[in-house]
Design a protein around this ligand. Structure first.
Ligand SMILES: Nc1ncnc2c1ncn2[C@@H]1O[C@H](COP(=O)(O)OP(=O)(O)OP(=O)(O)O)[C@@H](O)[C@H]1O
Ligand SMILES: [Mg+2]
Length: 261
């Protein structure tokens, strides 16, 4: 059974003349252990899709299911609980709490879920070890590098043992070495620890770490293909896929002709 299944999602922002159709009939499903990269031009709806899948926003029409729960059937309280337990979020700017140590940051979702101190500390420590930060548990974010802060954020995303991890430009604020380490870690989250990972990125090199590349354009999915193996070949394939997919989409919907001067 897929962890995420999305059917014909639409989401429009605003009304009348200024309305923007951010998603225009998106369907997608992601299995356990799968690492999916989403690419596409700025404004094509990538973050909107992630927000809807994560239950942070509601679609105008269409269905989002996490495992077998249709999010639209949940009360606000049940949706919050499902988000805390089943979905981990990773953001471009880490979103760590500056006055808390790495272990306190990583434990946060469990603390919010009302778990006792012993359990939250043990879980947070376990994940910090797994992401390679066993030696930095008591440091605050300003004492850690960008790559280390993002690894704390990944430990936080995994602390509650969610089935799904959603990452919006997780490497957008990192140098290329840290970006590679974080991407490798996200691949491990999927292939070794069996979670579904959906990552938005602008960088074909980073997308090549994923098992599957989804390309969006103008609120639609225009390509959805497996990426081969790893390394240079995958980067080249990712670049080609996104170029062809966006070119095809541009042909399908040509921009309106400019009025003569
Ligand atoms: N809260 C909002 N109110 C109004 N319009 C919005 C809102 N959020 C997004 N949009 C519009 O919806 C469209 C899709 O936005 P979205 O943030 O999903 O794009 P994106 O693909 O994530 O872009 P980027 O790569 O720049 O992050 C854009 O035209 C954007 O301006
Ligand atoms: Mg975005």
């Amino acid at each position: 059974m897929p962890i995420v299944s999305v059917e014909k999602l639409t989401r429009t922002y605003g009304t009348g003349e200024t309305a923007v159709r951010a998603l225009d009939g998106v369907s997608l499903s992601v299995n356990a252990g799968e690492f999916v990269a989403i690419m596409g031009p700025s404004g094509c709806g990538k973050s909107t899709l992630l927000h809807l899948v994560g239950g942070l926003d509601k679609p105008d029409s269409g269905v989002v299911k996490i495992v077998d729960t249709d999010l639209s059937t949940l009360s606000d309280g049940d949706l919050t609980r499902l988000r805390r337990r089943e979905i981990g979020f990773v953001f471009q700017f880490f979103n760590l709490i500056p006055v808390l140590s790495a272990i306190e940051n990583a434990a946060l979702p469990l603390v919010l879920d009302g778990k006792g101190r012993k359990e939250t500390d043990a879980k947070a420590a376990e994940w910090l070890e797994k992401v390679g930060l066993g030696g930095r548990m008591n440091n605050r974010p300003d004492e850690l590098s960008g790559g280390q802060q993002q690894r704390v954020a990944i430990a936080r995303a995994l602390a509650a043992d969610p089935k799904l991890v959603l990452a919006d430009e997780p490497t957008g604020n990192l140098d290329s070495k840290s970006a590679d380490e974080v991407s490798e870690l996200l691949r491990q989250v999927a292939s070794e620890w069996g979670r579904s990972v959906v990552m938005v990125t602008h960088d074909p090199r980073i997308a090549a770490f994923a098992h599957r590349l989804v390309v969006m354009s103008d609120g639609r999915i225009v390509s959805d293909k497996e990426t081969p193996g790893d390394g240079q070949a995958a980067t080249e394939t990712a670049r080609l896929l996104i170029e062809t997919a966006t070119a095809t989409a541009a042909e399908a919907t040509p921009p309106p002709a400019l009025a003569p001067e």
